[in-house]
Design a protein around this ligand. Structure first.
Ligand code: ADP
Length: 405
């Protein structure tokens, strides 16, 4: 018995301390004494080894880690060799276990090649022919261990890299959460400021109106014109604030979706919205438009913005005509709003969906430049897409694409 209580003939002396268990050499030779002699050679050279009982035992030990495998060719009769090949195939990608194969002497080259072929997929095989000198065996094993040490270095690098990647991912997740939190706080802050601005603004507009109505006679014409401009500006600023609030609400609020009848909604809008009902005869709506999944408030906003724009951006003197049609794909319905307006140069097609992006002065076409940004944000939050087609004249074709109900 050794000091560890292991029986001689089964397990060789402890792995040498400098090699560590991962660099131990696993020996498989069918006759115990052969294995034992080999283990003794190795031990004298300071190389630790373990003797395996059979291929199953060898495979089990390989799974735990080893520096090289020393095999006597008699030990690898088929079919047990396939068990070994299968075990090699389960090794991780960095692993290419060196095999030192001890063959009987006097063979011709063909027989050796056949033996090597058995290990074709396992690959890393060195042949030593009997009878061999102990030095030959030791140097072959040392070469094998050197290559195995490199493999373990690669493994350690991979582990290190994975740890670094995981650490980075964690850092990114933490910082993203902190940033989201800051953005939410900032949005909340700007939302409440914007919201609170409406009160004083309404006071300015109301008192100015009172001045104009109650005290108009003693005021000179020029002063009355200034008062009118104050009211106009306050009204415009109020509209702008409302649009900004609407835009930021779309980013903050929950947006539950439900099955919606776009056509019915369009007809209600055209019948009831003051900006649209005057043009009810100019708006043609195709029927029946398939149901979509959308949020009622958001979809109402999107369609009214697109229809108002279609009626608004028309050259002076031209009667607007708007046609709402649809196209379907496997999972989506595309609602298309086609107008006969001034068109949009393709180079502005992306820009106009940004906040405050306008292509004309407010004196020519009034607006705040937020309408299309609202459409884009709302549609994207409803898992859809928006877009426009126009050559720059002859009208525009705005579309929103939403999931089918
Ligand atoms: P607003 O209508 O308040 O100006 P929008 O965000 O709705 O803001 O539109 C941004 C810009 O896109 C408009 O100022 C206009 O230049 C252009 N635009 C939008 N709709 C149309 C349209 N149907 N035809 C031509 N130009 C349009």
């Amino acid at each position: 018995m050794t000091k560890d209580g292991q029986r001689h003939g089964e397990v060789a002396p402890d792995l040498a301390p400098h090699s560590g268990p991962e660099l131990g050499i696993l020996i498989l030779a069918p006759t115990g004494s052969d294995a034992h002699h080999t283990a003794e050679f190795l031990k004298r050279a300071g190389l630790g080894s373990l003797i395996c009982r059979d291929i199953a035992d060898l495979c089990q030990k390989i799974e735990l880690g080893c520096g090289a495998v020393l095999l006597a060719e008699e030990a690898i009769a088929t079919p047990s060799v396939f068990m070994l090949l299968d075990c090699f195939s389960r090794q991780p990608s960095w692993s290419d276990i060196p095999i030192v194969l001890i063959t009987s002497g006097g063979e011709n080259n063909q027989a050796r090649l056949r033996r090597l072929k058995v290990f074709g997929p396992a690959g890393n095989v060195m042949l030593i022919e009997r009878p061999f000198r102990p030095d030959t065996l030791i140097s072959a094993v040392e070469v094998a261990l050197r290559s195995r040490r490199r493999q373990y270095e690669v493994r350690d690098l991979l582990v290190e890299r994975t740890k670094t990647a995981q650490h980075l991912e964690m850092l990114v997740a933490e910082r993203t959460a902190a940033l989201k939190d800051t953005i939410a706080q900032l949005e909340g802050f700007s939302y409440s400021i914007t919201h609170d601005m409406r009160g004083p603004l309404r006071a300015i507009a109301s008192y100015t109106q009172v001045l104009r109505k109650e005290f108009s006679t003693p005021l000179p014409e020029e002063a009355q014109e200034y008062l009118r401009r104050i009211v106009d500006s306050a009204t415009r600023l109020d509209r702008l604030i409302q649009d900004v609030l609407q835009y930021s609400r779309l980013g903050r609020d929950e947006m539950p979706t439900e099955s919606m009848d776009v056509e019915k909604l369009l007809r209600t809008l055209v019948a009831e919205y003051p900006a649209l009902c005057d043009h009810r005869q100019d708006i043609r709506i195709d029927s029946p438009i398939p149901l979509v999944r959308a949020n009622p408030a958001a979809l109402t906003q999107c369609l009214s913005n697109l229809l108002s724009n279609a009626l608004k951006f028309v050259p002076a003197g031209r009667e607007p005509t708007v046609h709402v049609s649809y196209e379907t794909t496997e999972h989506h319905v595309r609602v298309v709003v086609q107008d006969n307006g001034i068109g949009i140069d393709p180079k502005y097609h992306e820009q106009i969906f940004g906040v405050f992006q306008r292509l004309h002065h407010v004196d020519k076409y009034e607006g705040t430049g937020i309408g299309l940004a609202i459409v884009k944000r709302a549609v994207e939050r409803m898992h859809g897409k928006v877009g426009v087609e126009s050559t720059g004249h002859g009208g525009s074709r705005f579309w929103i694409e939403l999931p089918k109900a």
